[in-house]
Design a protein around this ligand. Structure first.
Ligand code: ADP
Length: 319
């Protein structure tokens, strides 16, 4: 393989830039030509493709977002769109592609691989919802953003006797809420994978109050439902003053943490290794601190489970 391409697709995540940088630098180090494809699959269809040099990825390792931009492309979901994409790749002499994104992006990568064009997926999403990897690029940064916010809310919470409900992202996955709950010491965490008994949560708030706790912090994953509605339920049941914060898109931004930059660099470099070996249809990941790769099709068939031990820990520590 002499010429490879790289694109970012779907939701952006901090650390994607570090992954792009790793692909470009590793490729050039090994005498490959590396092309950047802008605006994800839509840019691929439109031929928005440029050769990357060493300097093209200078000064980006510390920046959130993605230098290559991203998009969601309905056209690429069609066979016609995928064939247009392959035509562009052939026109530019590109022989393999690194796709940084989430599971939707990997479905696109699989479609290209099935049509004879080798692709390697790099998991980049704050949601940590991809099987076959313990962590995705962006998760650690988002987690840090959340706990900084929870710490600030805790300052005001301790000054008032109130219950605070904080809604965090994660789509259908509870990882962000769960890890943030443990790391920030929340009283309760609600995640979509485990149904919480409402009375149990009320009981926890009550017993905390009896022990003299002046406040209560509840983290709710967006996959469970609306934080506002949940807060209203508590208010109705207990008559407690309740405040809600929906953290929203601040969780997607910011300079990536050291952990995300290192992970992105390792995964991006591994993706290039696989393409140099002529392997496509793979996804790279990290498991037990080892860089691994899996068949993307297997990954797409699997259902990701949250870390059960973290769930129990959050219960044990928030009594
Ligand atoms: P993420 O990669 O973050 O999960 P999306 O689910 O929006 O984000 O997927 C990103 C893009 O991947 C989509 O806009 C689409 O172009 C492409 N994609 C998603 N699913 C498929 C599919 N089944 N076939 C081909 N392309 C797909």
């Amino acid at each position: 393989m002499k010429r490879i391409g790289v694109l970012t697709s779907g939701g952006d995540a901090p650390g994607m830039n570090a992954a792009i940088r790793a692909v470009v630098r590793k490729g050039i180090y090994h005498d490959l030509e590396v092309y950047g494809i802008y605006y994800g699959y839509q840019g691929l269809i439109n031929g928005n493709i440029e050769k990357m040099e060493l300097g093209s990825v200078g000064d980006i390792i510390h920046r959130g977002g993605t230098k290559l931009f991203t998009s969601r492309s309905l056209e690429f979901k069609t066979e016609e769109g995928q064939l247009k994409g392959i035509e562009q790749l052939k026109k530019h002499g590109i022989e393999g592609l690194v796709i940084i994104g989430g599971d939707g992006s990997f479905r696109g990568a699989m479609k290209l691989t099935e049509k004879g064009f080798p692709c390697v997926g790099v998991p980049g999403t704050i949601d940590n919802d991809i099987p076959g990897t313990d962590f995705t690029i962006g998760f650690d940064t988002a987690l840090n953003t959340i706990i900084q916010s929870v710490d600030k809310i805790r300052d005001t919470a301790t000054s008032h006797e109130r219950t605070y409900v904080i809604e965090v992202m994660g789509r259908d996955a509870g990882d962000l809420a769960l890890w943030a709950g443990v790391a920030a010491g929340a009283e309760s965490v609600l995640i979509p994978e485990k149904k919480e008994d409402f009375d149990d949560i009320i009981g926890r708030i009550e017993s905390g109050n009896q022990r003299g706790k002046r406040h209560s912090i509840i983290l709710i994953a967006e996959g469970v439902g609306s934080g506002v509605e949940f807060a209203n339920k508590i208010k109705e049941k207990m008559g407690l003053e309740t405040r809600v914060t929906v953290l929203g898109h601040i969780q997607r931004g910011g300079s990536p943490t050291a952990a995300d930059r290192a992970l992105a660099s390792r995964l991006g470099a591994k993706a290039v290794d696989l393409l140099m070996e002529g392997k496509g249809g793979r996804m790279v990941g990290i498991q037990n601190n080892q860089i691994v790769d899996h068949n993307i099709l297997d990954i797409l068939k699997m259902e990701r489970q949250p870390e059960v031990s973290m769930y129990h820990l959050s219960k044990e520590l928030s009594i």
